[in-house]
Every structure is written in C-alpha cells, then in structure tokens.
Ligand binder design. Sequence first.
Ligand code: HEC
Length: 116
Amino acid sequence: MKLIVLLASILSFGFHEFQSNEESISNGSVLYYQNCTPCHSLDENIIGPALRDIHLKRDSAWLFRWTTRSQKLIESGDTAAVAIFNKHNRIVQPDFKLSATQVDDIYKYIKAARRK
Ligand code: HEC
C-alpha cells in the first residue's frame, strides 16, 4: 500500500512538472512575440542577433541581467555584453520590466521553439 502511494505521488509530481513547463513555454512565446520580435528572429540577424540556442552561449543569470537592463550590464564592463553591443553598431536594446520567471519563460520558449 505504501508503495502504491509513493508511486502515485511520484507520477503526479512528474505530471505536474510537465504541465508547468508547457505553461512556461506558452507564456514565454507570448512575451517573446510581444516584446522581442520587433528586433529579433530565431534564425536571422535583423536589428539584433538571432536568438536560437542562446542558452548554449549565455547562462540564465546573464540572460536575466541583459534582458532587463542591457545598458547597465554593458556599463558594468561585462566582456560579452560590451562585445555584442559593439558588434551590433551600438544599437541600444530597451530595458524590459519583466520578472525572473517571465525572462526564464522567454528563454524556455526559445530553447523549445521548432526549427522551420
Ligand atoms: C529595439 C530592438 C530590440 C528589442 C525590442 C529587443 N532587443 Fe535584444 N538586442 C537588440 C540589439 C541591437 C542587440 C545587440 C546588442 C546591442 O546592440 O545592444 C540585442 C541583443 C540581445 C541579446 C544578446 C545576444 C547574444 O548573442 O549575446 C539577447 C539575449 C537579447 N537581445 C534578447 C532579447 C529579448 C529576450 C528581447 C525581448 C524581451 C529583446 N532582446 C528585445 C535589440 C533589441
């Protein structure tokens, strides 16, 4: 009996995790299309660079700092931020008032987005 309860709780926990990840991706997709697509695409450089696989290049703490206040990160002397800014003709990405969860959701969406 104890084993069944244990199994049931593991299963429902697993299911819950799956659900909430799906929700994150779908929230992230809305935020991405609302805020980022004027300047970004996943696969092409437009005003800003292509964002496909950005999670392989930058860690989530950096992505949060960049996404909410890119100029502050550049001013702090962060090497990667300064380099990417100079490479893109010093065009300023606006600050976004997004929570850590919202930012995570955007990058979860980018990570999960299908290739065309
Ligand atoms: C007004 C145009 C604009 C908007 C809107 C914008 N960005 Fe950017 N983004 C840029 C530019 C330009 C760069 C290149 C660096 C620079 O010049 O500041 C950049 C760089 C980045 C980088 C660094 C890429 C790398 O290779 O390190 C990330 C990550 C990023 N943007 C994410 C986002 C996300 C997420 C959003 C939406 C919440 C967003 N950007 C909205 C213009 C924009």
